[in-house]
Design a protein around this ligand. Structure first.
Ligand code: NAD
Length: 290
């Protein structure tokens, strides 16, 4: 396939390289990041998008996605697919989807989980919103860049799935960390705490697969000085998106709101920026009751 790839940052560059290694012709553009080897460099976003079968975007936020879409849509071929893999507002995805529909371009929102490791290893999970026809057209690319893609329904539903998943993740990570900090103060050994909870009703991905306590459970960022992994500021971004969506949809999400507030304080007023999101444990560990 002829693929345009816009946004060659931490995630986009390795994804573009995997597509090129699989034999696709990939033309890339980024405002700042260099074009990785195997990807043909375009001078503008429009150049990268024009005449391609699929145009993939991997950008920081919804405002940038909308600006890039306005720029490149006039250059895209009728029948091509606009595949956005960024994490953005549900509304931004639906807005771009409508603009695509008006000009006969297919649109998929396909945010990912798996992080930079998943992008490099081609093991991402894609949560996809959009038509069956566009999903079928992009499926071979999901299979190269990832190990799993789930078609979640019409445009915007991929973003909906992503922010609901990450709201659960933020909440369970905070719950796991505050429980460890409480256990410490009660004199309960962390290994014993893990052995009980990981096989009892308090278990979760945060405890069992990504334990925030160093030296306990499987290898995780806690064992590497809380280097990300999944950075606290990215968790904050996703929690903000879930709260924005909850407001628009009139959904009551009190724990999501509390999780957002805690990560906001951690990232903006404490030393959380640049640490893994599981570094909530050393944060709670140092504190008494407010
Ligand atoms: P990044 O900041 O490393 O990359 C974004 C790239 O977009 C940058 O290189 C930037 O120069 C480029 N860019 C910005 N404006 C542009 C424009 N107008 N035209 C062309 N290029 C432009 O971010 P990332 O970590 O690669 O994340 C990308 C997206 O993936 C985000 O939406 C993020 O939330 C999501 N995501 C990231 C991770 C992760 O672990 N990094 C995990 C899951 C999802």
């Amino acid at each position: 396939m002829k693929i345009g790839f816009i946004g060659l940052g931490n995630m986009g560059a390795p994804m573009a390289v995997n597509l090129s290694k699989a034999g696709h012709h990939v033309t890339g553009f980024d405002l700042a990041a260099p074009c990785p080897s195997g990807v043909t460099s375009a001078a503008t976003a429009t150049d990268a998008a024009s005449g391609q079968d699929v145009v993939i975007t991997m950008l920081p936020n919804g405002a940038i996605l909308k600006a890039v879409a306005s720029e490149i849509l006039p250059a895209m071929s009728k029948g091509a697919v606009f595949l956005d893999c960024s994490t953005v507002e549900v509304d931004a995805a639906r807005d771009v989807a409508e603009k695509c529909e008006d000009i006969g371009v297919g649109f998929l929102d396909a945010p990912v989980s798996g992080g930079v490791g998943g992008a490099s290893g081609g093991t991402l999970t894609f949560m996809v919103g959009g038509s069956d026809a566009s999903y079928d057209a992009a499926k071979p690319l999901f299979d190269i860049m990832g190990q799993k893609s789930v078609h979640c329904g019409p445009a915007g539903n991929g973003q909906a799935a992503k922010i609901c998943n990450n709201m659960i993740l933020g909440i369970t990570m905070i719950g796991t960390c505050e429980a460890f900090a409480l256990a410490d103060k009660l004199g309960l050994d962390r290994q014993a705490m893990f052995d009980v909870v990981s096989t009892s009703s308090g278990y979760s991905w945060s405890m069992n697969a990504y334990c925030p306590a160093p030296g306990i459970g499987p290898q995780s960022p806690a064992d590497n000085g809380y280097k990300p992994g999944f950075a606290s500021e990215l968790m904050l971004k996703d929690l903000r998106l879930s709260q924005a969506a909850a407001e628009t949809a009139d959904a009551d999400t009190p724990l999501g709101a509390t999780a957002m507030g805690l990560y906001e304080t951690f990232v903006e007023q404490e030393d959380g920026k640049g640490t893994d999101f599981s570094a909530m444990l050393p944060r709670f560990e140092k504190r008494g009751r407010p």
